[in-house]
Ligand binder design. Structure first.
Ligand SMILES: Cc1nc(NNC(=O)[C@H](CC2CCCC2)CN(O)CO)c(F)c(N2CCN3CCOC[C@@H]3C2)n1
Ligand code: NI
Length: 192
């Protein structure tokens, strides 16, 4: 399908950098607040990309892989920004920009997605358990530059940690234990 990129400002899969691109292994720069016009428009494009990917018609039309999160380094912008669009444990839609995000505390207990993880920057499927903190207390700024703290758990907590890793040059498969990739049991000592 030939797409006339000049007429489309939206992000497509062509804008997503893939494994091997240096930005995926760099620690991204903190963003100065308030966000510049450029950074605000980058955030808007990122949220739009997730919305489009979660819309079957649009995803089909533009060949988008669905995503629930996207980090700025994945679109060749080495800044500490990511966006998340998914439903939370109360099945509420969460569409959130995280600027200069930090984990300020976390549970000892770990969790993981039973089907493992994937990544829009990784064009292959990699089996293995990706251990994540079960609960995290985070601090970040939103698109208006307002500071907030939040306690995340479950799926949202996992997505947050996957995206935060991208800001620190970490890929999900870095966390798979080579000696026991499919381990499902959380070591007893880690249970709180
Ligand atoms: C689990 C999942 N990963 C999808 N893709 N991968 C991603 O989001 C990568 C980030 C996720 C990989 C594991 C944790 C974070 C992108 N990443 O590389 C950014 O760094 C999905 F698309 C998806 N869902 C379930 C919810 N559904 C709601 C309706 O719309 C479709 C959507 C599909 N669940
Ligand atoms: Ni990813």
């Amino acid at each position: 399908m030939v797409m006339n990129k000049e007429l489309i400002s939206m992000l497509t899969m062509e804008d997503i950098v893939r494994e091997g691109h240096p930005l995926l292994r760099k620690v991204a720069e903190e963003v100065t607040l308030p966000l510049s016009e450029e950074d605000q428009s980058i955030l808007k494009d990122m949220i739009e990309f997730l919305r489009n990917g979660q819309n079957p018609e649009v995803a089909e039309e533009y060949g988008l892989r669905p995503g629930v999160g996207l980090a700025a380094p994945q679109i060749n912008v080495s800044k500490r920004i990511f966006v998340v669009r998914t439903t939370d444990s109360q099945d509420e839609l969460v569409e959130q920009a995280f600027v200069n995000p930090k984990i300020i505390s976390h549970s000892q207990e770990t969790t993981f997605l039973s089907d493992g993880e994937g990544c829009l920057s990784v064009d292959r499927s990699i089996d293995g358990t990706v251990p994540r903190y079960a609960r995290v207390k985070i601090e970040a700024y939103d698109e208006t530059g307002k500071k907030f703290t939040k306690r995340l758990r479950g799926f949202l907590s996992i997505v947050f940690q996957h995206e935060l890793d991208h800001l620190n040059g970490i890929m999900f498969y870095d966390r798979i234990d080579e000696d026991d990739p499919l381990k499902k049991e959380v070591p007893a000592s880690l249970k709180v």
